[in-house]
Ligand binder design. Structure first.
Ligand code: AKG
Length: 259
């Protein structure tokens, strides 16, 4: 099986700490967690979160239970996705793929383009277009709160929001989202990947989990949550066949991520 370890997503762009740093100040973005009624098999997980996700209601399904793969519909509206895309699209580059960007083998492995939606990038967008920038900043903040609520980890554990664009034929071959060196840093390893699709894709562009025999279709606002460090969560962005594909990704660390 193809396998790559993604050391490429290390963000060198830091976010300021002007945003809430704890789930405590998050407004109720998802329905209050009802007393959990997990499916019988959903009693424990490596992350201990199956009950939590099972309490999120009908928008939530579990394409896989072991390892836990959570799918949540309508995390963002189509308009919110469009605003993030409009701002992020200006900053996209192959270079944002990270430390391996100049490596021809890596360029073949990951042919999509990415950008970090840092506070600085959002402020620059606001200077260009005040309304759009303000809306995108509010949405990025909402994503931060949503991710904190979903993962039950403080927002200060998150890397800045990452946006990825695929054009027809572009792909991201199978990889894990881990950066081994981070385990030795104060932030610790990434413990959650939270991915939100920015648009419906006409054809192709599924997120494929080969070990789980799953292909998740890109649909605007649909979210996926999984453990980036579980070998069975090897995943790929399949080549887009028709149209474009945008995804927004947040990686959550065990400890505070330096801002
Ligand atoms: O595009 C996708 O569906 C997956 C993206 C991804 O795995 C990544 O950027 O790490």
């Amino acid at each position: 099986m193809l396998r790559a370890i993604d050391a490429a997503h290390g963000s060198s762009k830091r976010r300021s700490r002007s945003r809430p740093s704890s789930t405590r100040d998050a407004s109720p973005l998802l329905p209050a967690l009802a007393p959990p009624k997990p499916p019988a098999e959903a009693v424990a997980s490596p992350l201990g979160l199956k009950r939590h996700f099972a309490g999120l209601g009908e928008r939530t399904t579990f394409p896989a239970l072991s390892p836990l793969l959570v799918q949540i519909e309508d995390l963002l509206s189509a308009a919110e996705c469009r605003d993030l895309i409009a701002v992020g699209a200006r900053a996209l580059s192959r270079g944002a793929a990270g430390v391996h960007a100049a490596d021809p083998a890596w360029q073949k492995w990951r042919t999509c383009a990415g950008a970090w939606l840092t506070d600085e990038a959002l402020a620059a967008a606001t200077r260009r277009d005040a309304d759009l920038g303000a809306r995108a900043a509010a949405t990025a903040h909402r994503v931060e709160q949503l991710v904190a609520q979903l993962t039950r980890r403080p927002a200060s554990h998150q890397e800045p929001l990452h946006i990825v664009r695929y054009r027809p034929g572009e792909e991201y071959r199978p990889h894990l989202d881990v950066i081994p060196e981070q385990s030795r840093l104060p932030c610790g390893p990434r413990i959650f990947t939270v991915l939100i699709y920015g648009n419906d894709v006409d054809a192709g562009g599924e997120t494929v989990f080969p070990s789980l025999d799953l292909a998740i279709r890109a649909r605007a606002g649909r979210g996926l949550v999984f453990n980036p460090d579980d070998d069975r969560n090897l995943h790929a962005g399949a080549p887009v066949v028709r149209g474009e594909k945008y995804v927004f990704i947040t990686w959550v660390h065990e400890h505070e991520f330096p801002g």
